[in-house]
Design a binder for this molecule. Structure first.
Ligand SMILES: Cc1cc2nc3c(=O)[nH]c(=O)nc-3n(C[C@H](O)[C@H](O)[C@H](O)COP(=O)(O)OP(=O)(O)OC[C@H]3O[C@@H](n4cnc5c(N)ncnc54)[C@H](O)[C@@H]3O)c2cc1C
Length: 801
């Protein structure tokens, strides 16, 4: 062990080894991995070693596909066997909804270019897995590139290939303490002190403690998990080819062949956390006692699905622990506020995801950004609220229990909620508000009469008519929306203006004005679809998506200049948006200031009743509208004032479901759908807002290269879909004849235009208005047409009015 390395990776499980491999492979060879015991000594040695293609987040599914391809690469590079069994895999659907969902999932694979997947009938599924009963199966999805590997061999292959590329592996050396220094970190280990520029927490079952060594509370917890291995089974031994990996979603089990027997793994509905503060330091290569009572129901289902198990002897029970984040996806990337501390934790399926995690993290460390859009596993998708132990327990438990349970897009899950409520929450609930969650905050979805219950559905839900009424109220009269769920950052200081000019790609607004503000990465990809307010008193606001608060703050802090102070106002500020042709009539009643004369995109400080508020004249609904920001403590009174003043105009409260429909009718893109860090300004039309003639700004060279080059291969368009009883939601493939030419970024029903709409990225030559295409909507192919953007009020008269 040397006294200094560029990077110290803590943890020699599959994830740490993959990070080490990718760092060395990409050229950082002055790196070491420090392991408490021996490689694989955490969760990795006792994993079932299965890998399969499905993930609800298409970006993560793509990284899983990368990992699968990588396994044979590292075997070649290291000369160490990964014990590859590429058997192919089946995912089974046992209810009509699940079958529809699986058909949609299959289309999403097509969208992201994973082609070696196909749908199969129950009969075909039975032929592919002859020891399986197909009772109750409605269909399945077959993937060629699924199977299992030898877990210990795989970790050694990653580490071996890393060593060949110059990295060092140090075993039997526990990291005891971490101390931040001006150059990076001092890592205190059992064998002495090592200094480094970067540390990577790949501590797996001990990630919590390795976080705490640096004062970080990661939202991660281990949970226990069972599988059993059988003795040899004659029916299996007699087969002329290996059984496929089978995931029986309605049965809560996965299965693969193990030698001449079978391995049956169980996602326990009755989940059990284990050592929430991290495993004991002396926890060896050992297992937990099996708890068969806890898994009886799932076992019964498994034995019914594979009748041969009923006669088979159980050779071994494995009950081991592995780690989960609140949404089940990894926690990867630079930890906000801890320069040089990187997380590679909570990787629930390390053999499936470890390659993608290692690749993305190494790119991030070396180049400043990962190549893929990895927001779905970015550690900064959570804020400080997620450090709460009960929050972690409820959310990780919910994820685990629901791992194989169908979740509908309109379903609101209860774990970790309600957490933060804007002050008017109770009054809004009394008015019939139904709530969703954005980050830590309860946000209004729609308002319904007492006793209403929304039915979970993949298609249009029974809340459809309620949302339609809210949309009409906004377009024809005036609607009131709680916008506490927008993010607000205040920027002040002598260099505030110069800094904003550098990090935003657009022109800065004049005093008393607001402007849309694209923010780019140095590689010219989108980092924000923000709105910038110049309040005219030396203070500026950046507004964006609430759930990106920590993610954006990390970016701002990482790019901050001297003489600039940035403050997240999310805990201090709330607000309401008034939108609709009658909104001016309402707001003018509440102020003697000139709020009624505010021009479109104007902003300023006004009296609203007895309150002092910041007001901007804009609305995401694309109507005449005002966003009114108040102190958190004024939220109840602001709502009361606005509702009272609007009574004469028939004001109606609405929620974000209506807003999503209204903005779609205006072809206004939103983050995580039309805009992501995987896309560029040229693709998304964000280039309209770039001030090409201003000085330098972050991402300028790359954006210019895109503009002056061949242009983006795909462009953002608006589609009208000839839909039946369901609308597109996102990532559905789009076809021109037999050719896949794009995918949906988001979709929904335009309630005031009466059209099923979608926004989509399609090949440039097919982006012209009138182009006829087809789109899959919940597994069914429907005709669609490229239409003029903003089917509602295309000239923008309403919002400018
Ligand atoms: C029963 C079971 C079945 C599973 N089946 C599958 C499957 O089929 N497919 C799949 O992809 N995944 C599966 N998993 C999950 C998989 O095991 C994990 O995702 C994976 O092992 C996580 O790897 P890791 O490197 O993050 O953590 P770990 O394997 O826990 O490695 C962390 C390492 O860090 C070391 N360490 C921690 N703290 C320190 C310190 N202070 N100093 C030095 N070293 C330290 C530990 O000793 C350990 O070796 C399964 C898990 C279980 C329990």
């Amino acid at each position: 062990m040397k006294s200094h390395y560029r990077v110290v990776v803590i943890g020699g499980g599959v994830v740490g080894s993959s990070v080490l491999y990718h760092l060395a492979k990409f050229g950082w060879s002055d790196v070491c991995l420090i392991e408490r015991s021996v490689l694989t000594a955490g969760s990795s040695w006792h994993a079932a070693g299965g890998f399969h293609a499905l993930n609800a987040d298409p970006n993560i599914a793509a990284l899983q596909a990368y990992t699968i391809d990588l396994l044979s690469e590292i075997e070649k590079e290291s000369g160490k066997s990964v014990g590859m069994h590429m058997t192919g895999g089946l995912t089974l659907a046992g209810t009509p909804d699940r079958w529809e969902w699986l058909q949609s999932a299959y289309r999403i694979f097509q969208s992201i270019g994973i082609e070696d997947v196909r749908l199969v009938t129950p009969e075909e599924a039975g032929e592919l897995c002859p020891v399986m009963s197909t009772d109750g199966i409605l269909g399945g999805m077959w993937a060629d590139r699924e199977g299992y590997i030898d877990t210990t061999g795989t970790v050694h292959a990653y580490a071996g290939a890393a060593k060949i590329n110059g990295a060092e592996v140090i075993e039997h050396n526990r990291v005891l303490e971490l101390h931040q220094t001006s150059e990076g970190w001092d890592v205190i280990t059992e064998k002495g002190k090592v200094s480094c520029e970067h540390v990577v927490n790949a501590g797996g079952l001990w990630a919590k403690q390795v976080g705490r060594m640096a004062g970080i509370e990661l939202p991660v917890s281990p949970l226990a998990h069972h599988y059993l291995l059988t003795e040899s089974i004659p029916e299996v031994a007699a087969l002329d080819k290996e059984l496929p990996l089978v995931v029986d979603l309605e049965g809560f089990t996965y299965m693969r062949q193990d030698q001449q027997g079978m391995l049956l793994g169980i996602y326990e509905i009755n989940h059990q956390h284990w050592m929430m503060d991290g495993a004991p330091w002396d926890y060896g290569i050992e297992l937990l006692e099996e708890d068969i009572g806890r898994i009886e129901n799932e076992l019964t289902l498994g034995f019914e699905r594979y009748p041969v198990l009923q006669e088979a002897g159980v050779k071994n029970w494995v009950n081991g622990a592995f780690t989960f984040s609140p949404d089940g996806n990894p926690l990867v990337g630079p930890v906000p506020g801890k320069r040089g501390y990187w997380s590679a934790c909570a990787v629930m399926a390390g053999f499936l995801q470890g390659g993608g995690v290692g690749k993305s993290l190494a790119e991030w460390m070396i180049h400043g950004e990962p190549e893929a859009d990895v927001y779905g596993m970015d550690v900064a998708r959570y804020g400080d609220y997620a450090a709460n132990k009960r929050y972690i327990k409820e959310t990780t438990g919910q994820f685990y229990t629901r791992r194989f349970v169908m979740t509908y897009p309109n379903e609101q899950l209860p774990a970790g909620r309600p957490l933060k409520k804007a002050p008017a929450h109770s009054d809004m609930s009394a008015a019939g508000c139904y709530w969703g969650a954005s980050w830590d905050l309860e946000v209004p979805l729609y308002f319904a009469p007492a006793g209403f219950e929304e039915t979970p559905s993949l298609k249009r839900s029974n809340a459809f008519d309620l949302v339609a009424e809210e949309c009409r109220a906004v377009r024809e009269g005036v609607g009131l929306l709680d916008i506490s769920g927008f993010s607000r950052f205040e920027v002040t200081g002598p260099n505030a203006e110069a800094w904003l000019d550098r990090i935003m790609a657009g022109r800065l607004p004049a005093p008393g004005r607001a402007r849309l503000a694209p923010m780019l990465s140095p590689e010219g990809r989108l980092k924000g679809d923000l709105t910038l307010f110049n309040w005219g008193d030396g203070s500026w606001w950046i507004m964006g998506s609430y759930y990106l608060r920590a993610w954006h703050m990390r970016w701002f802090n990482d790019h901050l200049d001297d003489g600039v102070v940035i403050r997240d106002l999310g805990e201090d500020t709330a607000g309401f948006s008034l939108a609709g042709p009658k909104s001016r009539d309402v707001i003018v009643k509440l102020t003697d200031g000139a709020v009624g004369e505010l021009p479109f995109m104007g902003c300023g400080d006004f009296d609203i009743g007895l309150l002092r508020c910041r007001v901007g004249r804009l609305s995401v609904a694309g109507e005449l509208g005002y966003e009114i920001h108040c102190r958190m403590g004024d939220h109840i009174e602001l709502r009361r004032l606005l509702l009272e003043a609007g009574a004469e105009q028939g004001i109606r409260e609405y929620g974000f479901n209506a807003l999503l429909s209204l903005r779609l009718e205006k072809s206004f893109g939103i983050w995580s759908a039309e805009f992501t860090q995987g896309y560029t300004p040229g693709m998304t039309g964000m280039d309209r807002w770039i001030a090409w003639d201003k000085g330098d700004f972050v991402g300028r060279d790359a954006a210019l290269a895109e503009r002056d080059g061949d242009g983006a291969a795909q462009l953002l368009v608006t589609l009208e879909i000839d839909a039946l009883d369901a609308d597109a939601s996102g990532f559905e493939p789009i076809w021109s004849g037999d050719r896949r030419v794009g995918f949906v970024t988001s979709g929904g029903y335009g309630h005031t235009t009466g059209k099923s709409l979608a926004m989509a990225l399609v090949d440039r030559e097919l982006a012209a208005e009138g182009t006829e295409l087809t789109v899959h909507v919940v597994g069914v192919e429907r005709p669609a047409k490229v239409i003029t953007p903003s089917p509602s009020d295309p000239d923008g008269q309403a919002m400018r009015g």
